[in-house]
Design a protein around this ligand. Structure first.
Ligand code: SF4
Length: 352
């Protein structure tokens, strides 16, 4: 076994994480769900989401047969909702075309929506013990520092170099422990800021450590200013209910429930449609900024209260009056949830 892997495995035996929920009752489905949740999200945030998800959808068949609203509800707050939509779609493909089991070949796995090379490698190595390399964000950072690989890993040249290193180091024996070990090393010691090199098992031959320039790796993404977009959301309230619409399946917050977004000049027409224009109060709240990876969004909320509404306008399938004391109709994006919470407590309305 190569020295890098041997050092990591010794370290893992003593310090690696062995009691995470997806390390119990290991199977490809549980590893798949955990890997998708862990993309862009920290372990401690993922744990309660994973446990709730598994209680509701303990097997692929349960996920495949579930309503997408229910799946998105279990994802509410985790962000990057395309992950949940892809998982649901993939579970249905597995049910219909793969006899209900995740395929065990890397190519068949990578053909499924939302499963890239690293996720497929993690499922095969962690759940099936097959020798496959992985290259998630943590592993990229460890390998880029260890061999002082210049450049941003988002470029194909750098990614190719890092994949070749990951392939070279991945051992044939104990591949499940090795895979967990290198992910753990990146998450707990070789962290983005404040790496703890003094206790790192691969420090003896770490190039960046020897050169004293650990912070230079991995190379940063070239900075471009983020564009700022603006939108107006209408928070319509009637008695103890708010008006929510289901967003289109694609695009931001696809399939989630949200307040309607309208240009200000169309708000009166909208009020006429849902309540014959008879609003009893209108109030502009402070804007709320939400950051996406590619742009920032300033949401300008307008609260409009009604005595009476045309109930037939919202039949529940794509629009509904959501009573604030009941379960939400499906998944709700974090900033929309924040606005709903501020409506539950009117004292917060002016300064959410
Ligand atoms: S020695 Fe430091 S920089 Fe090198 S792999 Fe270990 S923690 Fe990362």
């Amino acid at each position: 076994m190569n020295e890098f892997a041997a050092r990591l495995l010794d370290w893992f035996d003593e310090h690696g994480r062995k009691d995470l929920p997806w390390q119990r009752d290991v199977n490809p489905y549980r590893v798949w769900v955990s890997e998708i949740m862990l993309q862009q999200t920290q372990v401690q945030t993922v744990v309660p989401y994973f446990e709730r998800f598994m209680r509701s959808f303990p097997a692929i068949a349960n996920l495949a047969d579930a309503d997408i609203d229910d799946v998105l509800d279990h994802w509410s707050g985790l962000g990057y909702y395309a992950r949940a939509r892809n998982m649901h779609r993939t579970a249905q493909i597995i049910r219909d075309d793969h006899g209900g089991e995740l395929p065990d070949s890397i190519d068949a796995m990578r053909a499924l929506p939302g499963i890239g090379r690293s996720t497929a490698g993690a499922i095969i190595s962690l759940a099936l013990g097959g020798r496959q390399p992985i290259l998630d964000g943590n592993v990229k950072r460890v390998l880029a520092r260890h061999a002082a690989i210049d450049g941003w890993p988002g470029t194909s040249d750098v990614a190719t170099t890092l994949w070749a290193m990951s392939e070279k180091y991945t051992p044939a024996e104990r591949v499940d422990h090795y895979t967990q070990a290198i992910m753990d090393l990146g998450a707990t010691l070789c962290t983005r800021t404040g790496p703890r090199c003094e206790v790192c098992p691969v420090r003896p031959d770490c190039t960046a450590y020897a050169a004293g320039n650990v912070a230079d790796y991995p190379g940063r993404k070239p900075k471009r200013p983020k564009p700022l977009r603006m939108t107006t959301m209408v928070l319509a309230i009637a008695e103890n209910a708010v008006y929510l619409e289901r967003r289109p399946a694609s695009g931001i917050w696809g399939g989630l429930w949200s307040f309607p977004e309208l240009p200000p000049e169309r708000i009166d027409d909208w009020c006429a449609r849902i309540a014959n224009g008879k609003s009893v109060g209108r109030e502009q709240l402070l804007p709320l900024r939400h950051s996406f990876s590619h742009f920032d969004l300033d949401i300008h909320p307008v609260v409009i209260r009604f005595d009476q509404v045309n109930a037939s306008v919202a039949d529940g399938s794509d629009a509904t009056w959501y009573r604030l004391d009941q379960r939400p109709p499906g998944g709700i994006a974090a900033p929309v949830q924040k606005l709903i919470d501020s409506l539950r407590n009117p004292d917060n309305v002016a300064n959410h």
